[in-house]
Design a binder for this molecule. Structure first.
Ligand code: CU
Length: 352
């Protein structure tokens, strides 16, 4: 489906936020992303309409702080569920060949409109009908096979990070519409990697949604912990070369509305991947605690102990921590603008 062009004139999120005449994150998000479209069969957008002049209420919010929960309403129940994605690891179909573990996945490229904030739709290009694509998980030394079929009108590939023969690198051949390609290589080295399309123009092919996390476990498993995947991403809903909606795992403010429930003291491990296009860096900041940082996850000794990590495009890290008091712990991009446009959430620690 062709995206509907904005009729909002020169309004974009940066000039809008700079103007700063409207208070309240929800209003700001609505105005900044009101350029997204709803497919004809998807009903009426649920976002509040931005008011042309500041209301007394908006002014009050602007001056006295606003509810940071963000967007208004909920995404459709049938839409991609970031809460489920968080802990969904796709280990493939497992077989054995000559005593070696073989993992096979079917990967489909398909165009699909996705809801990135309540009522805000984005014409995505997807792997397996979701953005991010599935979190593929293998163990170091496994033989992995990705049986790729391109069911879209554009050429695409899958470029995996990590070791593999150049012929399996996902740069060429381009997989033309209706064609298939079998990527096959040994999963190495252990760590947190990623995959994405590598067809030009690259930032468009990635930004449209063709990306995901690729996790290779070490031969001896990491210590037990509750594990989650967070893919930092963003959406240029009016195709002006800037993002209007920011998130971790696609839906703006999802984890503000649906805090991630954990137990007090429970060991937590976050696999954090930065797949934000158009902005050179993104970051993760945790309130009221600190985490051990494993750069790229390729070593088992931690690199740093911190509460904030800043990552360039394509960088990824493993974060380990626990939350030792009951209550809500905020996390968000430390680029405040990204946080206000959706990249903000909560852990809620409860006594066991
Ligand atoms: Cu592509």
């Amino acid at each position: 489906m062709k995206p509907i062009k904005s009729n909002a004139g020169s309004l974009n999120r940066r000039s809008f936020l700079k103007a700063g005449t409207l208070g309240g994150t929800a209003t700001a998000l609505a105005a900044a992303v009101g350029l997204g479209h709803a497919p004809a069969n998807q009903g009426t957008p649920l976002l509040a309409e931005p008011s042309p002049t500041p209301t007394a209420e908006a002014e009050a919010q602007h001056h006295h702080g606003s509810d940071p929960s963000g967007s208004v309403g909920e995404i459709a129940p049938t839409a991609f569920d970031p809460s489920a994605f968080l802990e969904a690891f796709d280990q493939g179909v497992v077989t054995s060949e000559n005593g070696r573990t073989v993992r096979t996945w079917k990967v489909l490229a398909l165009n699909k409109d996705i809801e990135v904030a309540p009522g805000v739709w984005f014409p995505a290009w997807t792997y397996n009908e979701q953005v991010p694509g599935p979190t593929f998980r293998a163990r170091a030394g496994d033989l992995v096979r990705f049986d790729f079929f391109n069911a879209t009108p554009h050429p695409h590939t899958i470029h995996f990070h990590g070791f593999h023969p150049p012929s399996m690198d996902g740069v060429s051949p381009m997989v033309e519409p209706g064609n298939t390609f079998l990527y096959e290589f040994e999963a190495q080295p252990f760590g947190l990697h990623l995959y994405h399309c590598h067809v030009m123009p690259l930032k468009r092919h990635i930004h449209k949604g063709l990306y995901g996390a690729f996790l290779i476990d070490p031969p001896e498993a990491r210590p037990p912990a509750r594990e989650m995947v967070m893919v930092m991403n963003a959406f240029d809903t009016n195709l002006d070369g800037e993002n209007e909606v920011y998130a971790v795992n696609t839906v703006a403010f999802h984890y503000m509305k649906h805090p991630i429930r954990v137990r007090v003291g429970e060991p937590l491990r976050i696999y954090l991947v930065n797949l934000t296009e158009f902005d050179l860096v993104n970051s993760f900041h945790l309130h009221a605690s600190m985490f051990r940082l494993y750069r790229t996850g390729t070593q088992l000794e931690h690199f740093e102990f911190t509460d904030t990590v800043t990552m360039g495009q394509g960088e990824r890290h493993v974060l380990e921590f626990s939350l030792d008091h009951p209550g809500q712990y905020m996390f968000h991009a430390h680029q405040s603008e990204f946080a206000e446009l959706g990249w903000m959430g909560l852990f809620e620690a409860v006594e066991a």
